[in-house]
Design a protein around this ligand. Structure first.
Ligand SMILES: Cc1cc2nc3c(=O)[nH]c(=O)nc-3n(C[C@H](O)[C@H](O)[C@H](O)COP(=O)(O)OP(=O)(O)OC[C@H]3O[C@@H](n4cnc5c(N)ncnc54)[C@H](O)[C@@H]3O)c2cc1C
Length: 458
């Protein structure tokens, strides 16, 4: 295995190993003792044992998309999984065994083309399976297909003592439970996910889109909220406030993405939106042929590489006046590349969930992504995120781990009982806090984990 030690490597080589694969170009000022490029399960075990021998912590990086830079930690050995790529598909049982650094697009490219199947991984093509699934995973058609982690049937894990374990509903159940929702506090290193796949061969993607000027925000938002509860069960529904390519003004875009077996079924599914839409869209399309590939391309453009990012999210209370709560966030972006996003989670939000750590939800997932290029805008853009969430959080039940920065804000990420059990599992499987875990202010959370409490000070 290739090890880059901070105190002996060429500084440029160390810097590349430390942050070169981070998606967020707002780089953290934290410095691991070494970066280990693991290329096999055996090397992951060896890297954990090396950390134990050196009496330091273990940090992990799969896809490098955690915007708060959770993989970059002081006093740690960073296990970099970027070159550990592995995928086996068993078409008969529809199970894939995938390494954590595979991105959603890499996984689906193979699944769709070679096996006629897909997996509801992250929307953004380059998000790694590792961080995404550990946090729950708001993937394709989450409002109907549920969280990505609900399709994790087993995980292989290197524990904090360097033991390799297979974990599922029958064996090492606590680790299996925690791997579906713990996020970066998982007390081990996942080497492989066993994923249940969705048949894709006959699924066609068709979309309808309605781009409204921001002055019609309230009408457009009220409309999409009113039709969501009865809407088709294979259709993803979202709204984005952003500056579309080629339009030099802020817009509110409402999107319906239907995944159906035939164009006729898709048309029937999308028809209620078309027939009830408010007047005034600047651009619109109805039941247009679409594809996973095209959706990845759209998401890639919305989240450009080489930029500075700051994100937050909130699950808005079901009884809130959602357009009013999100109005400031949607009508005033800090930079033309930034956006705010609402996803319909209903009816998934009302189901009884499987027994797993992931438990926070409401009918409305809201996220804000400040995106900019120049360091001089850091304070302004970060303040915008903080000021918005300061107001919005009073109308929220909690947040999604995937967009969080625990150094800036503490809130609820799980139901209380789930949080309590999760922190107990963390303490039991990693009493010394060998796996870095949750990066809170000062990086102090250790084996204790997070408190799972709203903090309204900010
Ligand atoms: C542009 C963009 C778009 C996004 N879109 C979505 C989306 O559509 N849906 C969604 O749910 N989320 C989305 N996210 C959030 C994303 O899921 C999280 O940032 C996630 O942490 C990224 O996973 P990663 O493996 O790429 O990140 P990393 O930074 O590599 O991992 C994050 C942390 O997870 C832990 N971890 C990762 N791999 C392992 C492992 N093998 N074993 C143990 N611990 C591990 C570590 O603590 C690590 O520091 C998006 C993020 C960005 C930046």
């Amino acid at each position: 295995m290739k090890i880059t030690w901070r105190d002996s490597a060429d500084p440029a080589v160390y810097e590349e190993a430390r942050v070169g694969r981070l998606f967020n170009h707002r780089r953290p000022q934290r410095f691991p003792l070494a970066v280990v490029k693991a290329t096999s399960e055996r090397e992951i075990v060896d890297a954990v044992k090396l950390a134990i021998e050196k009496n330091c912590r273990v940090a992990v990086r799969s896809g490098g998309h955690a915007l708060a830079g959770w993989s970059v930690r002081d006093q740690s050995i960073l296990i970099e999984l970027g070159e550990y790529k592995h995928l086996e598909v068993d078409p008969g049982s529809r199970i894939a065994r995938a390494s954590p650094s595979l991105t959603g697009k890499e996984l689906n490219d193979v699944l769709v083309k070679e096996h006629g199947m897909m997996f509801p991984a992250g929307h953004c093509p380059e998000v790694g399976l590792g961080g995404f699934l550990l946090q729950g995973g708001n993937g394709w058609n989450c409002r109907n297909w549920g969280w990505g982690c609900e399709r994790v049937k087993a995980v292989d894990v290197v524990t904090a003592t360097g033991e390799l374990l297979h974990c599922n509903a029958a064996q090492n159940r606590d680790l299996y439970w925690a791997a579906r929702g713990s996020g970066p506090g998982f007390p081990g290193v996942v080497t492989q996910f066993h994923l249940e796949l969705i048949p894709y061969r006959k699924l066609g993607f068709r979309s309808s889109g309605y781009v409204y000027p921001i002055r019609l925000y309230r009408e457009a938002f009220d409309w999409v909220l009113s039709i969501t509860p009865g809407f088709d069960g294979d259709t993803q529904i979202l709204a984005v406030s952003y500056y579309p390519e080629g339009i030099d003004e802020l817009c509110f875009f409402v999107s319906f993405l239907a995944m159906k077996h035939s164009p006729e079924e898709a048309e029937e599914a999308l028809r209620p939106a078309q027939d009830s839409r408010p007047d005034g869209a600047m651009t619109e399309w109805f039941c247009q042929e679409d594809s996973l590939e095209n959706q990845y391309s759209i998401e890639g453009k919305l989240n450009p590489e080489g930029h500075r990012y700051c994100s937050e999210s909130a699950y808005i209370c079901n009884d809130a006046d959602v357009p009013a709560v999100l109005e400031d966030a949607c009508k005033d972006l800090p930079h033309k590349k930034s956006y705010t996003l609402w996803y319909a989670v209903y009816p998934s939000s009302r189901r009884t969930l499987p027994d797993m750590a992931m438990s926070m939800r409401s009918d409305h997932y809201f996220a804000l992504y400040a995106i900019w290029e120049d360091e001089k805008d850091d304070l302004r853009c970060q303040s915008w995120v903080a000021n918005i969430i300061k107001k919005v959080q009073h109308h929220a039940v909690g947040s999604y781990l995937g967009d969080a920065d625990f150094q800036v804000r503490q809130t609820k990420f799980w139901e209380d009982a789930n949080a309590q059990r999760l922190m107990e599992i963390r303490r039991e499987w990693d009493p010394q806090g060998t796996i870095c875990g949750y990066l809170d202010k000062g990086d102090r959370s250790g084996a204790k984990g997070l408190e799972n409490k709203h903090e309204f000070k900010l």
